[in-house]
Design a protein around this ligand. Sequence first.
Ligand SMILES: *Cc1c(COP(=O)(O)O)cnc(C)c1O
Length: 240
Amino acid sequence: MSLLRSEEIASRLSKLRAELPSTAQLVAVSKFHPADYVIKAYEAHQRIFGESRVQELVGKWEALHESYPDIAWHFIGPLQTNKVKYIAPFIAMIESVTSERLLREICRQADRVSGSSINNRRVIPVLLELHVAQEETKSGFSRDELFALLETIHRTPEEWQGVELRGLMAMASNTEDEAQIEREFAFVRSVFDEVRTSGLLLCPERFTELSMGMSGDYPIALRHGATLVRIGSAIFGDRL
Ligand SMILES: *Cc1c(COP(=O)(O)O)cnc(C)c1O
């Protein structure tokens, strides 16, 4: 394994940032890379990092939070309900909410972290993951499941005070067929617009984030209005 130098990470970051419109932010996906790479990116002004495994994220958070308290960690991978408790105290956003059961557990853990302090209630920002890819292995809500959940929340708002719905997340198919990817991101965008105007959101003005696009397809995602792009290998190289 050849370690990337700080300058390489910094120059990849600045090249990427130059491609982003002012409406989009970069989530640097540091999964499977050492904490040292996170520091190098931090020193190049990166503040939002994405991780997809609880244990790895907690390890990095423990190593870094005292010296780098302003890192915003986003969870982007499959999340088991029994592991929410480990990240609830510090996670800045859970992007990969794929079921009502998981969302309820996030609320429950937010309440637990809040303890008895009414003024300091913990509210965890979340994105709902929409399934659009052809691969069955990828997870997320169908459009109809998403609306069913939004209706449930709309009917019982008092049960969901531990989370704030900030938008949608999606992963396109892993394919060379750009037209297919284009169709998938266009679909996510249309569902996003539909949700925003549905009257079902408790706080529509806060439902602003559309997380889509990775190293291989972020230019397409940006054309369809992505506000968060999750980029790993184009910054940090191949994962080990
Ligand atoms: C790994 C991962 C990414 C980043 O993928 P790259 O191709 O390395 O940019 C983005 N989103 C999710 C959900 C991931 O798991």
